[in-house]
Ligand binder design. Structure first.
Ligand code: FAD
Length: 247
């Protein structure tokens, strides 16, 4: 029997999995666990992501609607035996194919995921600064864990309210701020918190993720307000109002 086009062209990068856990971590964050029947053979660096296939991009429907095919989520955890991937998916107030999938997915569902090469990961530095909202927290968790307990880690995490704070690794904990109804796009809450940070001396590395405009504004605060070189700041827009499926 002919293999599907995906397997023939991209079998190297796509894998099948079964969802074994889908549960709320807090009112707007879902824990989704994917298990594979063979170990993931791709190289992995904490901070990398997968793409969940919601419509086969190589099908006729997928070719006609390429923006409605794949959605990007960071690998929150990869089990030591490499047969299970944990995700943390933010259930924002809105609509999108990824959001619909994350809300509805149940244990027992099958899913295809793609393994792209993500380049949002930590590098050597005197200290590490993490700034972002709920979607960024889902990426920062594995990055902070990957740095290990000896690393000096600080930063600001924004969420809708205290009950929406995602439990994170790291000690001391990152500063938490809350929108309390303010928008996450071009977030004044996050930029004000970053402006008020008392940052250590030394060569730090900053990782800024989440809404695209907020990422730019936070970078500006670090450059203009704290005198950081742009090269020390890695920004990764995860979503932008009106744009579908950033990756
Ligand atoms: C490298 C990378 C890693 C990511 N990792 C994670 C992760 O681990 N966990 C996670 O939850 N998300 C993560 N994201 C963000 C996620 O891919 C986006 O939120 C994506 O848009 C969701 O797809 P969707 O189909 O729900 O919405 P889309 O169809 O892409 O967008 C529909 C509408 O919803 C808006 N929208 C999308 N996301 C949000 C949001 N969070 N808040 C408010 N409005 C939004 C869009 O701006 C658009 O107007 C990551 C993104 C990237 C690029």
């Amino acid at each position: 029997m002919a293999r599907p086009m995906r397997d023939r062209l991209f079998g190297k990068y796509a894998m099948d999995a079964v969802v074994t856990v889908a549960e709320q971590v807090n009112p707007a964050m879902r824990r989704i666990r994917l298990e594979t029947d063979r170990p993931v053979a791709f190289p992995y660096i904490p901070g990398q992501h997968i793409r969940i296939q919601l419509l086969d991009p190589l099908s006729v429907a997928g070719i006609l609607r390429p923006a409605e095919t794949l959605r990007t989520y960071t690998i929150w955890d990869l089990d030591a035996d490499r047969t299970a991937i944990e995700l943390r998916v933010h259930l924002y107030a809105g609509d999108g194919i990824g959001l619909r999938w994350a809300r509805a997915v149940e244990a027992g569902d099958r899913v295809v995921f793609w393994w792209p090469q993500g380049d949002f990961h930590t590098r050597e530095a005197d200290f590490h600064l993490f700034v972002g909202e709920e979607t960024a927290a889902a990426a920062f968790g594995p990055m902070i864990r990957g740095l290990g307990p000896a690393a000096r880690v600080l930063g600001v995490l924004e969420s809708a309210s205290p009950e929406h704070d995602l439990p994170m690794p790291g000690d001391p904990p990152l500063l938490r701020v809350h929108r309390d109804g303010a928008p996450a796009a071009a977030s004044r809450v996050l930029t004000a918190a970053v402006a008020g940070l008392d940052l250590p001396d030394g060569a730090g590395a900053a990782y800024v993720a989440g809404e695209a405009r907020t990422c730019q504004l936070v970078r500006d605060v670090l450059v203009r307000g704290h005198g950081w070189p742009r090269t020390a700041i890695r920004t990764k827009p995860f979503w932008a109002p009106g744009k579908r499926g950033l990756h």
